[in-house]
Design a protein around this ligand. Sequence first.
Ligand SMILES: [Fe+2]
Ligand SMILES: [Fe+2]
Length: 343
Amino acid sequence: MDQLLVKSKTLRVDKKIVESSKDAHNYVAVDLNDIPTQTPLSFTVYYPIMSDRETGTAEFQPLIKAGSQLTGEFKKFLQQRDVTKVFIHKEEFNLFLKRSAIRLKELVTNPYLKASKKNEILYRNATYIIKSIFSDPKVGENFKHAISIVEIYSNFISMSEDIHPSLLIQIFAKDYNLFAHSVQVAILAISFAKILGKTQEEIFQLGLGGLLHDIGKLKISEEILNKPGPLTKEEFELMKSHPIYGKEILDKQTSLLPKESIIITLEHHESADGNGYPGKKTLEDTHPLAQIIHIVDCYDALTMNRVYRSALSPFEALKTMCNEMKSSFNLKLLENFIMFLGY
Ligand SMILES: [Fe+2]
Ligand SMILES: [Fe+2]
């Protein structure tokens, strides 16, 4: 155990400490609970330690070195010091995700763990994966992790007969961020598809399409993505390119991804009345799975706080979708979606 840490009364991650570290961009934060215990780790776990109080700079120092274990005792020690997040170097993050995939498969079949707890852990791990895809969409390995988490989530949903969407939704982020939104669209789509009686294959294509549908936003500037006011005509035109950019990114991974998930990404903003984008396709020309993501995507976006408006309640969101936005959707599907949510 690092002497610095033992001496320290509190190790709570202070955002300022992390940001003041020169190489913060090289580390990914993960929940302490997602580090496996009692097993040798294939990656090193780091923590930012203040190295110079005067200048306020911090350095990431190894907390658990690769090859060592996180013991129950040390975990408790960290928890007592309010450590909830630890860090993994970007270069070793893949090793962490690989280990997580094994752990999550076991977790889903654990009869002693509540469905709500499983959901919470799967959600968090799906967020790590989508973050790593967004940070490097050229790495095929990252997409393999996305495939794995969608398979695990689909298994979880199909094994848990009594899962109600309210259980899944209760942990959803209220404040919009692209990663949470991507994961939430995937989760909702997977569970909705199960109610619709879709095949395992379709559920998988849909989950993966949901997770990746906004990946094209990588190519849209932060300024436009987070603009507090309405977009200008030119900005909106740029924004409307994200499904095409998304397809371009995913087309480089055709050996790994089903073509349906790529079509979903391209068509998730197409509208039943032909007023959507980028193809102005009507309902008949839009892939049935993209029609589902269009509904789920819209619902999730409306129920999150945005910089330009507050989140709508689920009821208000559905009301808006049934009134002002009615012509945009496959109405039979929308009706099913409302029933699925329990309204
Ligand atoms: Fe989108
Ligand atoms: Fe979206």
